[in-house]
Design a protein around this ligand. Structure first.
Ligand SMILES: [Zn+2]
Ligand SMILES: [Zn+2]
Length: 101
């Protein structure tokens, strides 16, 4: 059963969309963003890495646009760079903003 909206961004599914079926179908970029964090998080600009930073999803983007920006950035990295990025130590363990849906 296919829901008619993505649970992360709230947008519908279009014919050209990449969809991650999972337990709950969602756009592939939205699944990625929910698990891996924002573009600022991937680039190490958020408060997980920089004390006092309030960088998050770019304010001018919709949730889905921001999710796509994060995924595109990640896809542009080499495998070792991806590996290093996903295993970085965080400044604060409570950097929950990065994983908010
Ligand atoms: Zn979505
Ligand atoms: Zn972060």
């Amino acid at each position: 059963m296919m829901p008619d909206k993505c649970p992360y961004c709230g947008e519908g599914f279009g014919p050209g969309d990449e969809i991650n079926p999972g337990i709950q179908a969602a756009h592939t970029e939205c699944c990625f963003r929910a698990g891996a964090g924002s573009l600022a998080h991937l680039q190490g600009r958020c408060s997980c890495f920089v004390a006092g930073s309030d960088e998050g999803d770019p304010p001018e983007m919709t949730k889905r646009q921001a999710a796509r920006a994060a995924l595109e950035y990640f896809r542009g990295l080499s495998m070792p760079a991806r590996e290093a990025l996903l295993t970085r130590p965080l400044l604060s363990e409570g950097g929950d903003h990065a994983y908010q849906a």
